[in-house]
Design a binder for this molecule. Structure first.
Ligand code: PEP
Ligand code: MG
Length: 293
């Protein structure tokens, strides 16, 4: 298994003066990891819901173990996001009640309030796949809103033997509590797609509201800066895994705000690497300050 594992041959992203930024991939399954495309240090967002989509019932424990192990065999460093069901990723078989306002309803980690077995089985399957492949995957939960939710998730995951646990910051309430969240978990990963949606109260799929969803909006940047500062103070990593991370114009700005990793579609890595290499860290900081202004 280890022999087949892809090497992260190109190492971290670097600014022209050598400030390192971890570059990672967003994937939905092992099929997204064609060998010629692993140009990063690992997987920063494994969107597991793709395994659950278009199905009449949940994938079995065994099926999940096989799917996770396939990814772990190929890449050493993987952050698995637990199931992010709801709104833009509906899963009819879960049988969740119809909602008038699903984006503000039972989605992401909140599904666990109604169906705790789903997360339990998934965490068990991730832990089993880790044992089978001799790897140490990390896990993170989507749509975390409070410190209590983060703490409860971290305890559940650690009880299954998963040692590194994080949460996504996709809701302003979580960003505002970043320092306190980092007392419960090992890292934060900022989902700028949802964080923009919930900060500006603008549906992320609404094309006529694109100006509000622009990741350069200062209010969004302030929240990202707040998370990055909390990470620096706690000595823990804070990454971005929303679409903004893969944009070569935005990536230096995010680095200037202080994030330590950028996770993106594999195809985006070369241009982001090039953009970072063309600027000093101080120039990234200047861009970030100018955007905040
Ligand atoms: C995000 O919200 O930025 C994110 C990475 O998660 P998804 O796009 O899967 O909701
Ligand atoms: Mg999201």
């Amino acid at each position: 298994a280890r022999r087949a594992r892809l090497a992260a041959s190109e190492g971290p992203g670097l600014t022209s003066d050598g400030h390192p930024v971890k570059l990672l991939h967003n994937i939905g399954s092992a099929a997204d990891l064609r060998s010629e495309e692993l140009r990063a240090e690992g997987v920063g967002l494994f969107r597991t819901e793709f395994l659950f989509l278009d199905r009449k019932q949940a994938p079995s424990f065994e099926e999940q173990v096989a799917a996770y192990a396939e990814v772990f065999r190929r890449v050493e460093h993987v952050i698995v996001r637990t199931l992010d069901a709801g709104t833009d990723k509906p899963l009819p078989f879960l049988g969740l009640p119809e909602e008038d306002n699903p984006a503000l309803g039972v989605r992401g980690l909140r599904v666990d309030r109604l169906l705790p077995d789903v997360l339990d089985t998934q965490l068990d399957a991730i832990a089993a796949a880790a044992r089978e492949t001799g790897t140490r995957p990390e896990v993170m939960a989507p749509m975390v809103t409070t410190v209590a939710e983060a703490g409860a998730f971290a305890r559940r995951a650690r009880a299954k033997g998963i040692t590194r646990v994080g949460v996504m910051v996709e809701v302003p309430a979580a960003a505002l509590r970043a320092s306190r969240l980092l007392q419960e978990v090992d890292f934060l990963s900022i989902g700028t797609n949802d964080l923009a949606q919930y900060t500006f109260a603008a549906d992320r799929q609404h094309s006529s509201l694109a100006d509000l969803l622009d990741p350069c909006q200062p209010a969004l940047l302030e929240l990202i800066a707040m998370c990055a500062r909390a990470g620096r103070e706690a000595g823990k990593p804070v990454g971005v895994c929303g679409e903004a991370a893969g944009d070569p114009l935005l990536a230096p700005l995010l680095v200037g705000l202080g994030v330590t990793s950028l996770s993106m579609a594999p195809v985006c890595v070369p241009l982001v690497r090039e953009a970072l290499a063309s600027l000093t860290f101080e120039q990234c900081r200047e861009r970030a300050l100018a955007a905040l202004e």
